[in-house]
Design a protein around this ligand. Structure first.
Ligand code: SF4
Length: 237
């Protein structure tokens, strides 16, 4: 395990501070030095059933980190209809391994009009189903696996902040981790790896817009590699 990961993971254990609320913006800074397990514990203490975990299933690191604290948390996977069959099989394997409360969101019929790779495609196949799910279920907070090293847009992402577009709390427990931290954690916990990782697919989204990555290149460089686009829209606020 890297020194960085040792520092941020910390021991599993209770935390005292459960008084923060979604509107108490000034206290969000204190999460910057809090280990992921404590951040997740805070989320569960404050939001209970109203916090969900959104998982892309390019690996199961975040699922493992979160379910060690909150084994019954609802896990949301957005099935755009364009995933690699390997990803869908991996989702099934991880669901069974962790006995996950898994919700698979699917786009509406109108999404078929939007070709893969266009902004409208992500909007209709990812953002809209997710937003509708959050609203319908009165979700107050969501947990994501983004990291600051992923993209320039994520450089300043907080550990806990407000998702401005949705008006709910967004929690990024491993946002400070490097790609090496993720790999180290996965090895340390002996986690199952997505079968395409070994083929150079280091960031895995939909099949039409995901390519393997050159040795030494950023893991995200294989996503929308022939476009300016770097984000699907789920994480823009
Ligand atoms: S990642 Fe690509 S294929 Fe998937 S919804 Fe977005 S644009 Fe469409």
């Amino acid at each position: 395990m890297s020194a960085t990961l040792t520092g941020v993971l910390g021991p599993q254990g209770p935390i005292e501070d459960s008084a923060l609320t979604a509107t108490n913006y000034s206290n969000f800074e204190k999460f910057e030095t809090m280990p992921p397990n404590e951040v997740i514990k805070w989320a569960i203490d404050n939001f209970g059933e109203d916090v969900v975990l959104a998982a892309s299933f390019q690996d199961c690191v975040l699922v493992d980190v979160v379910t060690r604290v909150a084994p019954d948390i609802e896990v949301v996977f957005i099935d755009t209809g364009s995933h690699f069959k390997e990803t869908l099989n991996y989702v099934d394997d991880i669901r069974a391994r962790y006995d996950l409360r898994l919700v698979r969101l699917k786009p509406g019929y109108e999404a078929a009009k939007f070709p893969c790779g266009t902004d409208g495609c992500c909007e209709m196949k990812k953002v809209k189903p997710f937003d509708e799910f959050l609203k319908k279920n009165n979700v107050k907070a969501w947990i994501s696996g983004i990291k600051r090293v992923d993209t320039a847009e994520r450089n300043n992402a907080p550990v806990v902040g407000i998702d401005q577009a949705r008006g709910i709390v967004k929690i990024n427990p491993i946002v400070r981790w490097s790609d090496d931290d993720v790999e180290s954690y996965s090895k340390l916990r002996n986690l199952p790896v997505h079968p395409m990782t070994a083929k150079g697919y280091l960031s895995i989204g939909c099949a039409p817009t995901t390519k393997p990555v050159e040795l030494g290149s950023s893991p995200r460089s294989g996503r929308w590699s022939d476009q300016e686009k770097t984000e699907c829209g789920l994480h823009l606020s």
